[in-house]
Design a protein around this ligand. Sequence first.
Ligand SMILES: [Zn+2]
Length: 547
Amino acid sequence: MPSSRYAQIWKIAPVFVLVTCVTGIGAVEHTVAPSDTLFGLSLQYDIPITWIVRANDLSDESIRVGEVLNIPTEGIRSLEVRPGDTLSALSVELDIPVKQLRAVNALDTDLLAVGQRLIIPPPIPRGTHRVLSGDSLLSIAHQYDISLEALKTINGLDSDVIYPNQLLSVLPPRPDGHEVASGESLWSIADRYGLSINDLKTWNGLQRDVIHPGEILVLYQGLEKSSIRTPSADVALASLPKRNPETAPAGPNVEIPSFGEYFYSAPTAMRQPNDEYWESPDASPLVDYHHAQKVIEAFDAEIEAEGASGSRLRGYQIILDPGHGGLDPGAIVSVEDGDGNPVVVTEDEYAYDIAMRLYRILVRNGAMVSLTILAPDHHVRDGLNARQTFVHRKNEVYNDEAHNGNAAWRPVGGIQGLDLRKEVTSNVIASTPASLRRKGTLFVSIHADNTSDFPAGTAVLFDGENDEELAASEKLADAMASRLGAGSFTHRQQLRVLRNNPADAAVLVEARNIHYHRNAWALRSAELREQDARMIAEGILAWVDAR
Ligand SMILES: [Zn+2]
C-alpha cells in the first residue's frame, strides 16, 4: 500500500515543523565566522543559498561575523511571501512544480500577497513525479516521454492504480557509474540520471565541465571510480525482473522462494574471495524492498513460533540501524586461516547479521522493533562454515517505500545517506501507534569498523546536538557498556547519524573492532555473533531497568 503510507507521512509533515521550531530538530544554528560566505555555507550544509536567506529573513546576501544563522538542513516547510515573489519564480527556486504549490496551498489564483504564508511540500528527488489528483499513469508517461510499460516496471506496479501524493520514479534506476560516450556532456549525463551538475562534478573531483569519451563517472557520493562496472541505464531497465504473482501474496504462513539461508536469490560466489569482489543487485530497489518486506514477515513468523521470553521491553520502540549496506560495504579486512588462506570479512554483511539477531531477542522481550536498512535476500544467517564468509552484495535498500519508488538510490555513506537513515527513523516512529512506543524510542546503530585508534574492546559511541540529547544518549551508552564485556567503553564522538536523531536516545555500537584480527576472526562465528547480540540486548534491558 504505497500511497496510503505516504499519505500518512504527508499529513504528519507539518507536525514535524512544529517540533523543529521547539527543539531544533531539522535545523542547526551556525555562528558566522570571518571566512564564512553564504555560498560556502550552502556547500557545507548541502542546501540552496535561498533556503538560508529565507530562513533568516535576510534582506540581501550579506552576513555579519558573529551573527547566528538558522540553517534549515531538512528543507523549508513554509515561507512568507516577499516583495517580488511569484508562484512561477518560487517554483524554480524550490524546484517544485507550480501545479504542486497551487494544490498544496489550495490557491485558485497565481496572485500572491506580500506577507502571505505558503506551505512548501517536502522536496522530492529529481527524476521523481508526485501524483496529483487528475493524473493517470498514461498522462504521466506522456509528460516524461517514457512508455507506460517502462513507468510501471521502474515503479514495480502491478496495476494502473495510483494515488494522489504517491511518488513515482520517472527515470530508470541509476547504476553506480557511467562511461562517457562520444557526444555526451556533463549536462546530458546529469539530466539522464536526474542529478545536478554540481553533484556530478564534486563526486568525481572535476574542476571543469570538460569530460572525455571512455571516462568513468561515479553516480553516487563516496564511490571510487575503480570499483565501478558500468551497465548502461537501458540494460539496467531491460534486466529488471517482472514481479512474479505466484510469490507476491504472503499470509500468516509466509512462503517465499528460498535457497538454503537465502530468499528469492542467492549470491553467485561461495565466499568473499578478496576485498575487491562484490555482486550487483538483481532487481530494482523497489522490487528488492518488497522482497525484503516478505523476508521480514517470514522472520517475524519464525520468531512468533519460538514464543516470547519476557515483556520488559513492552512499550519501547527500538530502531536498529545496521551499519553501511547497499553501495557501501564499510570496512573490509582480510585475515588468514590456519593454512594461510585469506578469509575476508565485509563489515556491512556481519553488522546486518548481528542486527537481525538483536532484532529477534528484542522482539521476544516485547519491544516494537524496526530497521533502517533491509536486505532482500536473507535475515539471520549462520553460514555453512566459518571459512565461507558472507559475500558483499550491494542489494540492501532503505526501509522506506516512498524512497524506493523514487529515482531510488541504495544506501550510501556521506551526508545524504546518513540523513536518510534519520528520515527513515522519523517516518517509522511517526507511523507506529503511540501505545507501542509510550515508554520511549531508542536508536541503535550496529557497526564493526576497522579503527586503529580504539582499543579492542567494544565501543559504544554517543553524541548529541544539545545537552538533553547528549545526556539521554550517554545514559544509554553507559548502561550498554556495562554489559558488553571486559574492555568495553563509551566515547563521545561527532556522528551525524546520532546528532538530531529522532529517537529519545541514540547510540552506535562498534560490536567488533576488526582492526584486531581476533575480532575479525570471531565475527565469522554465528555463536559469537549471537553472543554479541545478547550482550547488546542486556545493555538495553539494563537501561530500561534503571529508568
Ligand atoms: Zn561502520
